[in-house]
Design a binder for this molecule. Sequence first.
Ligand SMILES: [Zn+2]
Length: 415
Amino acid sequence: MTPEKIRRASIVILALLVCALAAAAVPAAAGPGQGGRTTVVLVVLDGCPARSVDALPPEAYIRQLAAEGCFRPVRTVFPSSTAAGHAALLTGRWPDENGVTGKEFMREDGTLGAFNSSRLIEAPTLIERAAMAGSRTAVISGKNGVRSLLGEGVDLAASPGQVPQWVLEKVGPPPAESAQYDDFCAWYEGLDRWVIDVASAFVKDAGPGALVVANLAGPDKVGHRFGPVPAPETTHCLVSAGKALEALAAVLEGVAGDDWAMVVTADHGMTLVTRAILPGEILEAAGAGDCVFSLDGGVMCVWPTADRLDAVMTALRNAEGVAEVIGPGDAARVRVHATHRRSAPVIAIASAGYMFIESAAFMDYTKGSHGTLLDSDVVVPLIVCGPRAARADIATARYTVDIAGMLARLLGIEK
Ligand SMILES: [Zn+2]
């Protein structure tokens, strides 16, 4: 070997040694007690407003959990929708800090892209931090988009569109997609049960020390179709999910004894809607029919060309059912954390009872929507149960962005 090759080889060996030492040090640095051995399950009731919890029947497990102590309403982000809601929950950062600004964003090539990859999140997630500290991690979701946004690099990622062999062997497949419209509500209740069954199987397999994120799509999908609680269908869906969560709590007790916690919250709420706002017609009348736009229930994001900006803003401000229109330089942008370069230059927000929708005909089977700043869209439940619940210090949480820090405390990795 030449001296240069020896020098390079020495650097490589030294680097490997440092990496090995760092890896060996992770479990010891993982927090108090036994060092990151707490099992924590985060359950996201997709599209469940806080007010729904109190309106459930007294025997519903989710209502009982809330009544037994650790429950408080917290505020989620704007827009109050799935990708932004989940990214805020898992990063502890607002959309303008984590880069997940809504349902879609404009890519460099001028087309719209979905938030469907962990690479689009511009802040560390609690899932990554838990894995670094030695916890086993899982993201199990009724929605493929949530799995693809949060599930890269975890020990188990599962959703109806990606079912690992291990899940097929331990739990079986999710309900068949072809049967979805035979009985819409029962199908989603079955899907939520499958998600929780997979979570239980993972908890058993992982043993003490795991972080599981479980997204239940049922409350959202049934809520969109039939409206939020007290709609009987959505109420039934949450009662059904509660039964499955009760069984999961029993599994946690069996596996983790007194060292576990279950956190139940939501990415956003749901509001009863009866009226449609038709963006295509509004933009056409403003001479901006070819503008790129994205609909997210109570929110419409528009990327107008510079020459149509004023016309688009004026048309939206004058449209029936539009509560607020935020333009490129408006002060409101700071208030709603929409200052990221991915946030649309024009953001329109619907009034109570209205939603943005492609066609009025869709309202025949749409009774629920979300996305706005209304309390029914942004105030969501936060429930913590299990033997470690006190460590969560739930009284300090005001926003869903406070939940990542709370989960870190529960896992013993807050430093
Ligand atoms: Zn959602």
